[in-house]
Design a protein around this ligand. Structure first.
Ligand code: SAH
Length: 340
């Protein structure tokens, strides 16, 4: 059962060892309550000489609380809370493509437990204060006019916070193990002897095409999809290989090298009529899709107007998105589509 109480300006007496109750202390303070703490039964008895609206008992494992809780239950509303994790830990969390709707329950649970969150710009971060109940939030992503925090510094921050006994969530866009440097952060934690866990996320490689109504596979159109990083230009050997595969090609981080990619695929012999879509800002209010073909993309330069973040989809499945029933397209695509 979940009770939704307005605790604004209510007095909460929080019982439990300080370390175990730190999360409950943050939660109830964040909810607007006036929180008084008692780490021993004696302190609790003294605190009760003043009025208290709610008593929160943190399960810190100390049997000494038994008798005092029995007493308290006769006169007060007593809520129990689990103890905060004892040692520091790092949780890598995939936040999905940028909307809270596509965060997993596991991601939400990890955020609710976090003392500190290091987040990226592409991860959903609007509601973090609410989802974490007031954890410390650190933006380590790139913003216009400001560089991202270097990867080594992010890893050092993760380790430092965890060493201080905190639960540190590293919140990333999409899935942490898809072009997310997730494994490097796992290694950094492991090398420092800190427990690290990973919560997978909904990757943009599949979900952003879906936002435009494009399925990455389809029985009649494609029985494979290949996800490629466009961070650095592909070699001719790689391009020839990709052109020969015949399934769907999905490119992430591809805006900087897009002209080279389309020209390259064209040059190595991919069919000029191959349909292509660039889906920009998936799941944002200004989401937009640009449709083209390989040949037109090379000759018209229409894609030079597209900007990051965007997912490029190349292959027959793109037609299915373009021809999607109107109601699906309307639901999926707030900002409409352009083509050339
Ligand atoms: N780990 C992430 C990918 C990180 S690389 C994942 O699994 O989704 C960053 C790239 O992801 C961006 O350059 C862009 O290609 C893509 N991307 C992520 N979110 C996006 C979004 N909401 N809309 C469009 N592209 C997105």
């Amino acid at each position: 059962m979940e009770l939704n109480l307005d605790l604004t300006d209510r007095t909460v007496l929080l019982l439990g060892a300080a370390h175990a109750s730190r999360r409950a202390l943050r939660r109830y303070s964040h909810a607007g309550a006036v929180v008084r703490t008692a780490s021993t039964p004696e302190e609790a008895r003294r605190a009760l000489s003043r009025p208290v609206d709610v008593v929160v008992a943190v399960a810190d494992g100390d049997p000494a609380w038994g008798p005092v809780l029995t007493e308290l239950r006769q006169r007060h509303l007593v809520v129990t809370e689990p103890a905060a994790a004892p040692g520091g830990q790092i949780i890598l969390v995939g936040g999905g493509p940028g909307t809270a709707e596509l965060m997993t329950l596991g991601a939400r649970r990890a955020l609710a437990e976090a003392d500190v969150v290091l987040y990226d710009r592409l991860a959903p971060h609007e509601d973090l204060d609410e989802l974490t109940h007031g954890a410390e939030l650190v933006d380590v992503g790139k913003r216009p006019g400001r560089h991202a925090v270097p990867q080594v510094d992010i890893e050092a921050m993760l380790v430092d916070h965890a060493r201080a006994g905190k639960t540190v969530v590293r919140l990333k866009g999409g899935d942490p193990f898809v072009f997310g440097r997730g494994r490097e952060e796992v290694s950094a934690g492991a090398a420092a002897g800190i427990p690290v866990s990973v919560v997978p996320g909904v990757t943009s490689a599949v979900s952003v095409p879906a936002a435009a109504g494009i399925p990455v596979t389809h029985r009649d159109a494609s029985r494979m999809f290949t996800v490629v990083s466009g961070h650095v230009p592909l070699t001719d050997a790689e391009l020839a290989h990709l052109a020969g595969l015949g399934g769907t090609l999905v490119v992430l981080m591809g805006m900087g090298t897009l002209q080279q990619l389309v020209a390259g695929l064209h040059r190595v012999g991919m069919a000029p009529t191959t349909p292509l879509a660039v889906v920009e800002r998936g799941y944002q209010v200004d989401q937009a899709t640009t449709y083209s073909t390989l040949a037109d993309a090379v000759s018209t330069g229409v894609l030079t107007r597209c900007s990051s973040p965007a997912v490029v989809v190349i292959g027959e499945v793109v037609r299915l998105g373009r021809e999607a029933p109107a109601h699906i397209a309307a639901l999926a695509e707030p900002a409409g589509a352009t083509s050339a």
